[in-house]
Design a protein around this ligand. Structure first.
Ligand SMILES: Nc1nc2c(ncn2[C@@H]2O[C@H](COP(=O)(O)OP(=O)(O)O)[C@@H](O)[C@H]2O)c(=O)[nH]1
Ligand SMILES: [Mg+2]
Length: 362
């Protein structure tokens, strides 16, 4: 299962540009707002150096990386939660993604209109988050009305629910996103049901010009640090143009290095986003494929197996675990086996980032 991310931000912040940079999918990019009326969906295969190195031991097999799904979500403007611009269209799209990539314009260009006339990072971020908070307020208040009715009849769990909703509403009314609240495992089922937008993890993307970091992106870094969110700097236009002009990954890398960028935005974004979502990557070499998989950090071996095939959980016998550095040092799976360095792990084994696993099932 691939992880899904939604690009949000003000019109002309550079969402479609970054979408292109990430997916090379050729979504329409235009110098006026609302050119992405239809949300664009793209899938980007995640470049992965560890997978490349693993694959080098099995050159005859096919390399299958993990993928991320990116949705370019248009229509978030001031007042969108009350029907301005494209109104509420953006909502369902955001509900559907696991994490939000909040693109913030960090470039000056008099030829590109700004919906409020000028770039102001703090205000621009606050406008977008204000719309998400307004939607959450609506969701929470609607639910509260319902549970308050039940609470008045003496229903204990409804009373608890009202107290919980009041706590969330207090935060939202203060302009604090729900992701910033300390929430317990006990709160999770209701949270999942309500799916408030501001409960989703956020990665801020400072969209800068070719020259890289600037005062605006530094403002955004400060905003991100204050709210405990992740952030990265992306030269969206440069990378999108490069992606179009230069489909070859190795060549593209060489160009990026000339700009002092060791990796593409996609690689940096995935690293940050995976960290944000607390997911790890493990690898399998099965049949004709050398393949990468993502699972939540802390996943036990049988559940990791189930990511591959649902049967593997019940039929799990053991997992043969080969840490990638050991496997690379040994030079082949056979050499590793002969050296007795393949670890046989049971049901309780917690999968580590970078494990190469062979599942043995009944
Ligand atoms: N000068 C400059 N223009 C950019 C940059 N990033 C994007 N643009 C331009 O800004 C305009 C709006 O970008 P777009 O990605 O369509 O914004 P969206 O409305 O958020 O999807 C397009 O003309 C882009 O080429 C940048 O870093 N510098
Ligand atoms: Mg767009």
């Amino acid at each position: 299962m691939s992880r899904s991310f939604g690009l949000v931000g003000l019109p002309n912040a550079g969402k479609s540009t970054i979408f292109n940079a990430l997916t090379l999918a050729g979504a329409k990019v235009e110098a006026y707002p609302f050119c992405t009326i239809e949300p664009h969906h793209g899938v980007a295969a995640v470049p992965d150096e560890r997978l490349d190195r693993l694959h080098s031991l099995f050159p005859g097999k096919k390399k299958v990386p993990t993928a991320i799904e990116v949705v370019d979500i248009a229509g978030l403007v001031e007042g969108a939660s009350e029907g301005q611009g494209l109104g509420n269209q953006f909502l369902a799209e955001i509900r559907g993604v696991e994490a939000i990539l909040h693109v913030v314009r960090c470039f000056d260009d008099p030829d590109i209109a700004h919906p409020m006339g000028n770039v102001d990072v703090r205000r621009d971020v606050a406008v977008v988050e204000g719309e998400l908070l307004a939607k959450d307020r609506e969701t929470l208040e609607r639910r509260r009305e319902r549970s308050a009715k039940a609470a008045r009849t003496g229903d204990r769990s409804a009373q608890e629910e009202v107290a919980f909703l009041d706590r969330l509403l207090a935060a939202v009314n203060e302009g604090r996103p729900i992701r910033a609240l300390p929430l317990s495992a006990h709160d999770q089922p209701l949270l999942r049901e309500l799916a408030p937008l501001t409960a989703k993890p956020v990665l801020y993307i400072a969209n800068v010009g070719d020259e890289g970091e600037n005062d605006l992106s530094r403002d955004l870094a400060a905003v991100a640090r204050e709210s405990g969110a992740g952030w990265i700097v992306v030269r969206g236009k440069l990378e999108a143009e490069l992606g179009e002009a230069c489909p070859d990954e190795t060549e593209r890398r060489a160009f990026l290095r000339e700009y002092g960028l060791p990796e593409s935005a996609l690689v940096r974004l995935v690293a940050e986003a995976y960290r944000l979502l607390s997911v790890i990557t493990f690898y399998t070499v099965e049949g004709p494929e050398v393949r990468a998989w993502t699972v939540p950090a802390g996943t036990k071996a049988p559940d990791a197996g189930a990511a591959i095939h649902s049967d593997f959980r019940d039929r799990f016998v053991l997992a043969e675990v080969m840490p990638l550095p050991d496997l690379l040092a040994a030079g082949s799976e056979r050499a590793l086996r002969e050296a007795g360095k393949v670890h046989r792990a049971g049901r309780d084994y917690t999968v580590h980032d970078g494990d190469v696993i062979h599942f043995v099932s009944a």
